[in-house]
Design a protein. Structure first.
Length: 210
C-alpha cells in the first residue's frame, strides 16, 4: 500500500511539473511560437464551426465554436487568445472558408452571425487576461465564472448585430440569438472549466498576483 501511495504521489508530482512547464514555456516562448499557437487555435475554431445544426426559429446555428473560443483564452492567455480569434475572423473575411457551412468573406462578418465572431475576440482576450493575471481565477469556480462572462460577451456582440441586421428590437434579438443556445453554451463552459482546472498550474509561471 505504501509503494502504491508513493507511485501515485510521484505521478502527481510529474503531472504538476508537466503542466507548470508547459505554461511557463508558453509564457516565455518567442512571439513566433505564440503566433503559431494562435493560428492553430484559429484552425481549431474553424473546424468546430463546421459542427452545426439549425433550430427552426432562429437564423443563428448551434456550432462548436464557443468551445474553442473559451479554451483559447485559458490555453493561450490574454493577447494570443484574442489573436487566435482575430485570425479566425480576419482570415475568414479574407477568403479562408472556415466560417460555419464553409463560408468566407466580409458578408459573413456583416451578416446575422458576424457579431458573434467579433465577440469571440473579446471573450478570449478577457478570459486569457484573468487566467494569466490572477491565481484565484484558476479554481474551477473561478474558471466557470470566466466562462459565463465570456459567453455573455459573445452574446452581447452577437445580439446587437443580429438586432441591427434583422431590424428587430433588442428583446426579440435576445430571443433569437441568445436564449436558444444558453444551456448548450453553459455546458460547453463547464467542460472547458474542468479541462482548464486540470491543466492550468495553481502556482505562478509568470507575473501573476494572488
Amino acid at each position: 500500500m505504501s509503494e502504491l501511495g508513493n507511485n501515485i504521489k510521484n505521478l502527481s508530482v510529474k503531472y504538476d511539473s508537466a503542466r507548470y512547464n508547459f505554461f511557463k514555456w508558453r509564457f516565455e516562448s518567442p512571439a513566433l511560437n505564440k503566433v503559431a499557437l494562435a493560428f492553430a487555435f484559429a484552425c481549431f475554431t474553424g473546424i468546430l464551426a463546421q459542427l452545426r445544426f439549425y433550430l427552426p426559429y432562429t437564423p443563428v446555428p448551434v456550432t462548436g465554436q464557443v468551445f474553442a473560443v473559451l479554451l483559447s483564452g485559458v490555453i493561450l492567455g490574454k493577447w494570443y487568445g484574442g489573436m487566435s480569434q482575430g485570425l479566425y475572423g480576419g482570415l475568414g473575411a479574407a477568403g479562408i472558408p472556415w466560417f460555419s457551412e464553409g463560408k468566407a468573406g466580409m458578408e459573413v462578418l456583416s451578416g446575422v452571425t458576424g457579431g458573434y465572431i467579433i465577440g469571440f475576440i473579446f471573450a478570449s482576450l478577457i478570459i486569457g487576461w484573468f487566467t494569466d493575471r490572477y491565481l484565484r481565477s484558476r479554481s474551477f469556480a473561478g474558471l466557470f465564472s470566466l466562462m459565463v462572462l465570456g459567453i455573455a460577451i459573445i452574446y452581447l456582440f452577437g445580439v446587437i448585430q443580429l438586432s441591427l441586421v434583422l431590424g428587430v428590437n433588442f428583446q426579440k434579438a435576445i430571443e433569437l440569438g441568445a436564449l436558444p443556445f444558453l444551456a448548450v453554451d453553459i455546458y460547453k463552459g463547464l467542460i472547458v472549466s474542468a479541462i482548464a482546472a486540470a491543466i492550468i498550474p495553481k502556482k505562478p509561471f509568470g507575473d501573476e498576483v494572488e
